[in-house]
Design a binder for this molecule. Sequence first.
Ligand code: ZN
Length: 424
Amino acid sequence: MTSVGQEMHRLVERLYPLCRSITGDGVRATLDIVGEYLPLQVHEVPTGTQVLDWTVPQEWNIRDAYVADAAGNRVIDFAESNLHVLGYSVPVDTTMPLSELRKHLHTLPDQPSLVPYRTSYYTPTWGFCLAQDALDALPEGDYRVRVDSTLADGHLTYAEHVVPGQVPDEVIVSCHTCHPSLANDNLAGIAVATFLARALSEQTPYYTYRFVFAPGTIGAITWLARNQERIEEVKHGLVLACAGDAGSLTYKRSRRGDAEIDRVVRHVLEASQRPHRVDEFTPYGYDERQYCSPGFDLGVGSLSRTPYAGYPEYHTSGDNPGFVSPKAMTDTLDVCREAFGVLDRNRRYLNQSPYGEPQLGRRGLYDSLGGRSDAKQAQMAMLWVLSMSDGEHTLLDVAERSALAFDTVAVAADALRDAGLIKE
Ligand code: ZN
């Protein structure tokens, strides 16, 4: 049996070895693989393009990198793990003593067996990352240092997939694609987004869902710059990150704090009785900080399991495919599907017969409940929807106030709408 969880995990494993960064062929190779699961529209934005307050940087590509001892043995090797190279390292080919090389070496003394993930996007330099244990084992002496990379004018690459809805109003689902061999911190989000898009494509959702696969920060900024003219169409959004670890779910509210997506996700997490936590917005973390910047102020929250920097494996070689599980990714996917199921059906109605209760029996609305095991709840849901359909309250308001399941409320609203008793 191949479950969706196993398929997502397989995707994580396939993407894991690729050397992604904010630009370059690793991102393209990643999008090529995601493209096997989901048709993607890939955008290439030239180096030097002004995007909001930023500029698209030079493109970075790397073929090989290593530190070798006097005998030619590679003691630090990019071919073994791309984490061994400082992201965006400029090319270098020289020999130097360990004492001098140390200035370019990054370790985690408190987690001596793990290799850290480090980058230097905007300050040109080179470096290597390795386990403290490995560094401690290196004898003094001269080492050959080589980074075979290029930094040149090129492009920033990002991709979109659109699931057309019944209305042009959009929900964006965004995940970052700029981390190299790190599983929870980007690949799990990519995998969940990919299978979420596939699930939504199976029917025509109410909203149009736009999936954005872009490098962190500069990618989201580029997307915003190129969509500024039509940003009013974006009504809701979710940033997916750290979507596959064993921790419970964390939802971080949009900057607005009371956006519809904030209420919907909180409702779904609470109603499902999953262990979870809801955090207030902070202008740090993932790309919600761009989407929620005050000029855009979009209703975009962020769904994670253990959030940003909240686990010891974060930004280390410990964040590998073994750190994320099919079960956890499936759980994250389920919550997304449930939340969008609520978002898609959340409406505001106006009672067309607001003077006294309308006679439900005469319209066959009681008969439709006959024999149903949840008949009492279904009837209560109708009464609640009629009572609160004053043009101000949404079905989510009804569900929360009545403590009825959203689904029960939405089904009751459909029946009342079909009977002409409420109108959007
Ligand atoms: Zn990260």
